[in-house]
Design a protein around this ligand. Structure first.
Ligand SMILES: [Zn+2]
Length: 497
């Protein structure tokens, strides 16, 4: 019986965020090993409680069982998007992975990786992880999963036997990619090794809203699904990149595995489709004042539900620190009369508040303590409504400041689901305006409440054009004019013209 090791090391890095990601961030978010990991992903899985019953590893384990293999749990570590991993954090996680693989002596390995992880002083950490994992496992085949916001590199294509990415945005096919990665691995062990074909585009932004079921990217995703359904290739992925990743060879990419000619044809066709969509830009954003005026004007919609405001410069799920005060300041100054739910990350404020009793009046400075781009701390007089400290969870305080209900969190909370507010005693239907720190997934989660969506841009780590400050290996669309993507593609892949 084949013995297949499986593991996850996953975080999406925003290179513009000055707050590093440490081992404790993984251990507090999601960290499982051994039997606890197997129990979380096998048979009746609950892989990431509160988020996914079945994610990549549950999908992989089910496919391994179906293929008659024995799954060997090693490690599953996931941290919220944020700054680069410190070198010590990366080394500790990698050592734990390689120790586990050495002990397991598997016949093959399936890894769940993000693909846009950054590490201080190390380029392309996922390629390094793949190489070290293969060494530790004794040179056996390795397949892995990626987010479609990953940056595909030559080192990575060479280091993995296959890479499979999500085909949904917002992402909801985690289990499918895990299953596919495991099936490809079992096929390789049976002697069916597909050839990799890929293309890379010097393109940072494009494709409009980049949602898989909406134009203009819908046609690309449908083409991929059709190719797999018809068996043109064994697997195909399109990578739309995380634009705040500081690899110089950043860019969209396509990747197909299969019979060489068909895989080359499909990777090329998809690259041309993506390049043709490069001028479709993300939606334009309102200023804070414009956004608040629009929320105030939406009287009927506020009666029927809430107005959602995305704090688009401080999107925690894209790695921003979550401590911006720009929109908060405007909400207090210009949003009078609108019952507003908002959030800010501030461990300093939590420490200052923690000894005050619930119901007391407090003077406190919130936000702006982590990233200078987040604006100065906001001094407020508030009523401390609630304090929550669930075991294994971050300390949270709810402040009432005039028309604002501000949830202060100690760590990087992904403010994108109704439960974030509901669980601290703030019923959604009572609010006029609800802030999220998220770009797109909240649109699905808040469907029952949302009557109007406003994306607000202030200044921060997830401004799309902030990525233009990064250094690239040549001209980068849309920052610079790029006439022909093919010369850079050939250089990045190491292919002669
Ligand atoms: Zn993603």
């Amino acid at each position: 019986m084949r013995r297949i090791a499986f593991a996850r090391i996953m975080q999406e890095t925003n290179a513009l965020t000055p707050v590093p990601t440490e081992l404790a961030d993984f251990e507090q978010s999601h960290y499982l090993t051994g039997d606890a990991l197997l129990a979380a992903v096998d048979r009746t899985p609950n892989e990431v409680p509160g988020f996914f019953k079945k994610a990549e590893l549950a999908g992989a384990v089910a496919a391994l069982r179906a293929g008659g293999a024995t799954p060997l749990p090693v490690l599953s570590a996931w941290a919220s998007s944020g700054g680069k991993l410190s070198r010590a954090c990366f080394d500790a996680l990698t050592d734990r992975l390689t120790d586990g693989l050495r002990a397991a002596r598997p016949d093959g390995v399936v890894l769940a990786l993000h693909g846009a992880m950054g590490v201080e002083g190390l380029r392309d950490p996922e390629a390094e992880l793949l190489r070290r994992a293969r060494d530790a496992a004794g040179g056996v085949p390795i397949t892995c999963t990626h987010d479609l916001h990953a940056n595909l590199t030559r080192a990575r294509v060479e280091a993995a036997d296959a890479i499979v990415a999500y085909q949904t945005n917002p992402h909801r096919d985690h289990a499918r990619v895990g299953k596919r990665a495991a099936e490809l691995l079992l096929g390789i062990l049976d002697g069916r090794r597909p050839t990799a074909a890929w293309r890379t585009l010097p393109m940072l932004l494009g494709g409009g809203k980049t949602i898989d079921f909406l134009a203009p990217m819908r046609a690309v995703f449908r083409r991929m699904a059709k190719a797999e359904r018809r068996g043109e290739v064994a697997s195909v992925s399109t990578f739309m990149v995380h634009p705040w990743n500081d690899d110089p060879a950043l860019g969209w990419a396509t990747l197909a595995y299969g019979e060489p000619a068909a895989a080359e044809r499909l990777a090329d066709e998809l690259a041309e489709m993506c390049w043709a969509r490069r001028h479709a830009m993300p939606p334009t954003f309102a200023t804070a004042s414009e956004g608040l005026a629009a929320a105030r004007a939406a009287r009927v919609r506020r009666k029927l539900g809430v107005v959602m405001m995305s704090d688009a410069s401080d999107v925690v799920t894209a790695g921003a620190p979550g401590d911006s005060t720009h929109l908060l300041r405007a909400m207090l100054a210009e949003g009078g009369g609108l019952l507003t739910y908002a959030a800010v990350r501030d461990p300093v404020a939590i420490a200052a508040l923690w000894d005050a009793p619930e119901g007391s009046e407090v003077d406190v400075e919130v936000g702006g303590h982590l990233d200078p781009a987040s604006g100065p701390p906001l001094a407020v007089r508030a009523r401390l409504e609630r304090k929550l400290d669930q075991p294994g969870f971050l300390r949270t305080a709810v402040l009432a400041i005039a028309h604002l209900r501000l949830v202060v969190v100690e760590g990087p909370a992904m403010v994108m689901r109704p439960s974030f507010y509901r669980d601290v005693g703030l019923p959604l239907m009572k609010a006029d305006v609800v802030m999220v720190k998220n770009f797109f997934p909240f649109l699905l989660f808040f469907l029952p409440y949302n009557r109007k969506t406003i994306f607000v841009r202030t200044q921060g780590a997830t401004d799309f054009d902030a990525a233009h400050r990064l250094t690239f290996d040549g001209p980068m669309h849309p920052r610079d004019p790029v006439d022909d993507w093919r010369p850079r593609d050939r250089a990045r892949r190491g292919v002669a013209a």
